[in-house]
Design a protein around this ligand. Sequence first.
Ligand SMILES: Cc1ncc(COP(=O)(O)O)c(C=O)c1O
Length: 370
Amino acid sequence: MSQKVSLGSRSINAGAPKPAEGSAFRHGPEFASTFHLSGDVNPDSYQYGRFGQPTWAALEEGLTDLEGGDTVIFPSGMSAAAAVLTSLTSPGDTILLPSDGYAPVRYYTEQYLVKFGVNLKTIATKDVESFDFKGIDLALLETPSNPMLDTFDIQKAADKIHSQGGLLAIDNTTLTFLGQQPLSLGADISISADTKAVNGHSDVLFGHVSSKDQAVSDKIRDWRKFSGNIPGPMETWLVHRSLSTLDIRLERMCNNAVLLAHELEKHPKVKSVRYPGLESDPSHQIAKQQQQHFGFIISFELENKASADKFLEACELVYVATSFGGVHSMAERRARWGTDDIPEGVVRFSVGCERADDLIADVITALDNL
Ligand SMILES: Cc1ncc(COP(=O)(O)O)c(C=O)c1O
């Protein structure tokens, strides 16, 4: 597809079969554990289901176009992150992770890599700007961070780590490739938990890793093949189907989020709001500079645990659940997990595709009644 056509328009047909008279617009999922294969092994043929198969190839082709780098799909966001952390490091290497990012990425590194001689350093996302990256072989960072939405300049971080010979991976889950392009901004690797907005219907776990560096993506693909962390064809097809509506879903979700964040900022029961789309937010300038939208996640603080729980119970349109990026709004009192260093009253709110006036009325009524 011509690079002049916007990513949003390209996402509608990304990875779809070329039009041919009488053929279907889309392929269905192809279920196969193995493929007919006689004689010497043909490297251009499908061979065995764990090595590669047509439903994966179609989605990977689409995501490769949208990410701007060779893409390898995974059965979850965590398996995508584990692939990067495990296949690109050796004993003695040092990994840098956010202290305020998605906690299981740290837990995986601590439990399965540190015991084999990999060193782990952590940094708060807001301190990445002033960090020199000395001695870091691989940094896997988030911007905006989840759940508190701090940001940093990806290009600056990439320049610094490259001058030290390291690699920069960005977990781009909170924005997706339609909201931020880590590879164009100088990162070596873009990671996504497609469980969230890319699939967007809260019915599939999925992930992917993209890189412009063929040596990197070859290692990632080998890790998938030899560890057996492979997605099923049905899930792959569902994610591919969802890709066609990602742009329009994000447009509604992010527009709703801007409107809701402004209402929350004015409400007397709300102690503070974090949303990169608010002019007052510490992440606003960087978000404006490197993002195509401000995202659909808002984190705001209510008085205490009881008021946050009461608020969540009172909302009619908002599901209480621990995820984000769905067509439906969902929220949770994030401190209930004990994994993030945040106040008890913080609500992480993932704004959905409901009509803005309905959603705002629902949220404001619940706040008014606290
Ligand atoms: C930023 C981020 N990265 C990675 C993951 C892991 O994704 P999954 O749950 O699909 O393994 C999550 C899940 O919440 C996440 O929020």
